[in-house]
Design a binder for this molecule. Structure first.
Ligand code: MEZ
Length: 564
């Protein structure tokens, strides 16, 4: 009772209005027919957005063009997917209980469980940036590809990537007069990772980074804005012009390219087992589809691109008891079960204890405040109104410094000039995370720090900008002063952001078994693998990894499958 199906029935719609006119009602895991029929009656997401009255418009979100059924469930309580990460008091038709309470979505009733066995050349597990890149690459090499995604939407954690994509020696850097090199990016990556990175993988990341930016540009992405991140010797973090978030853009481009190629992407499809033959070759996967039930797909090669486990608090606490109870910036699907699948197929693990906490997650939330805000000039001040760290140091050091302050939090302080330099800052205003003042004193009152101290801190920082020298904290780059009213602050705390460990892989993206040899037919790339970043990933190296290693894994998996 009270489900969307009942509401439709009251208006005298028959089942076929949603499910189509086939004699037997079948629902695929993409809920293709149902979604098509939703939009046929109600209009597209963009049209719905124009007449949605909620303060936060759920039909216009960074998640892009997703299925209506992600939130609107026919035979279970509807539940806004946004509430996995946000706490909006958002109403949804046929929602259960108080809509803003975090009710886990109830299971749909009546599973079929009768999907026929399938066959593919290459199966990709996980549809974030790595998976979609691998899928497009394998498809373009001539392979028949199936992509399986357990969440109701594609995009994975890449969808949330904010700051940008690192690359050295790009045409965009050259146009801006930035001198960079593969060697410098490699050295920064190794140093940032405390030199425990797999040097071969770190070298591949740096060497291929410019080609990965070119590849993304060739399929329609805009990577023309270049900024600087912590631990980088020069500006090499690429993102769309104006400083929009990189992830939503990259995923939009990859989704469109996959759709254009008609790649078979199945959401609501969780892989529960990798199946090996007697020789230990991975030859099939077992899938649990939301509607299809349990079924098997045979494949000539399998690529695991399921990401990390930052959104799995038990797993995080197992490896790092000191991070117990910490918030995370990750999407709800980042639970690491793909890594477990790989272990089940004999894969070796690497660096699992290396978990990154990002210094600036908005206090009391799961919203990442991108490092690009600091990169573009913002400072960190404590509750005494004083700076306490070089804001462009690596994340591990910045996080440790914040946790050492009173209240284990800090304020990210910026001005109108910095706001204007980075489009994604507008989102933080939209989410009401920002306090403001027309003077530094007013801002100090708004965030309850001593006004004289904040005034002196900002004056000293502006002097450091003028003299191109930060004597107190040795910040290596001050691109803008803090002189243009209004002035803004966001309270931030560290949150679990990235898991550097995962399956051990070689340079060809093959998963390595405990005996040190590659597992035949089994590839992995992205955050679910260990070694690229060592003990600490540099901001912007993740999206770079997804494209570079997604392409390598897709190409090698296709070659293995079809011999080209
Ligand atoms: O690579 C990242 O994790 C990144 C750039 C995050 C951010 O602060 O925007």
């Amino acid at each position: 009772d009270g489900m969307l199906a009942d509401l439709h029935a009251k208006k005298e719609f028959k089942c076929a209005a949603c499910h189509g006119n086939d004699k037997k009602i079948t629902v695929d895991d993409n809920e293709t027919t149902v979604n098509k029929n939703c939009t046929a009656c109600h209009g597209s997401l963009a049209e719905m957005a124009t007449h949605t009255k909620e303060h936060i418009n759920p039909h216009k979100s960074h998640l892009g063009e997703i299925n209506c059924t992600t939130c609107h469930h026919g035979h279970a309580s509807s539940w806004a997917y946004c509430l996995n990460c946000h706490t909006y008091d958002m109403k949804i038709p046929a929602g259960g209980g108080q809509p803003w309470q975090k009710l886990p979505p109830a299971a749909e009733k009546g599973k079929a469980g009768n999907r026929q066995a399938d066959q593919a050349d290459v199966i990709i597990i996980g549809a974030g940036a790595t998976g979609l890149t691998a899928a497009i690459t394998a498809h373009d090499a001539g392979a028949k590809v199936v992509v399986l995604e357990k969440q109701p939407i594609t995009g994975g954690n890449s969808m949330l990537a904010a700051g940008g994509m690192n690359a050295a020696g790009t045409s965009f850097q050259k146009a801006k007069g930035i001198a960079d090199s593969v060697e410098l990016m490699y050295q920064d990556t190794m140093k940032g990772g405390h030199n425990i990175n797999d040097p071969e993988l770190a070298k591949i990341l740096a060497t291929n980074s410019a080609a990965s930016v070119d590849w993304l540009s060739s399929i329609g992405a805009d990577m023309s804005d270049v900024g600087r991140m912590g631990g980088a010797s020069v500006a090499r973090t690429h993102r769309p012009n104006g400083g929009s978030a990189v992830g939503a853009h990259v995923i939009d481009v990859l989704r469109r390219n996959a759709a254009y190629r008609n790649i078979d992407i199945r959401v609501n499809s969780k892989v529960v087992k990798l199946i090996e033959d007697k020789q230990g070759r991975v030859v099939a996967v077992q899938v649990e589809g939301k509607h299809s039930g349990l079924y098997t797909i045979k494949a000539k090669s399998v690529v695991l691109t399921t990401g990390g486990f930052s959104a799995n608090p038990e797993k995080v606490a197992y490896y790092r008891p000191d991070y117990k109870g910490m918030t995370t910036s990750n999407q709800p699907g980042a639970t690491g079960d793909g890594i477990d699948l790989g272990v089940g197929a004999g894969g070796e693990l690497k660096d699992m204890k290396e978990i990154q906490i990002h210094p600036t997650v908005a206090a009391g939330s799961r919203i990442l405040i991108t490092e690009a805000v600091r990169g573009n000039g913002a400072i960190l001040v404590n509750h005494d109104g004083k700076r306490f760290v070089n804001e462009l140091t690596t994340r591990d050091k910045a996080s440790a410094a914040i946790l050492a302050q009173n209240g284990k939090s800090a304020f990210l302080v910026f001005d109108e000039g910095i706001r204007k330099s980075l489009k994604q800052i507008d989102g933080y205003f939209h989410l009401q995370l920002v306090k403001e003042g027309t003077t530094i004193q007013e801002l100090a009152a708004a965030i309850k720090v001593p006004a004289d101290a904040l005034d002196a801190t900002v004056a000293a920082y502006n002097k450091a900008y003028d003299g191109k020298n930060d004597p107190d904290f040795k910040r290596p780059d001050i691109p803008r002063p803090l002189r243009t009213a209004k002035y803004y602050a966001i309270e931030v705390k560290p949150g679990v952001h990235y898991t550097m460990g995962g399956l051990k892989v070689n340079a060809a993206a093959q998963v390595i078994a405990k005996n040190g040899t590659p597992i035949p037919g089994f590839y992995a790339a992205g955050e679910g693998t260990g070694g690229v970043h060592g003990a600490n990933r540099l901001g912007g190296n993740s999206i770079s990894q997804t494209i570079t290693f997604g392409r390598i894994a897709g190409a090698n998996a296709a070659k293995q499958a079809i011999g080209k």
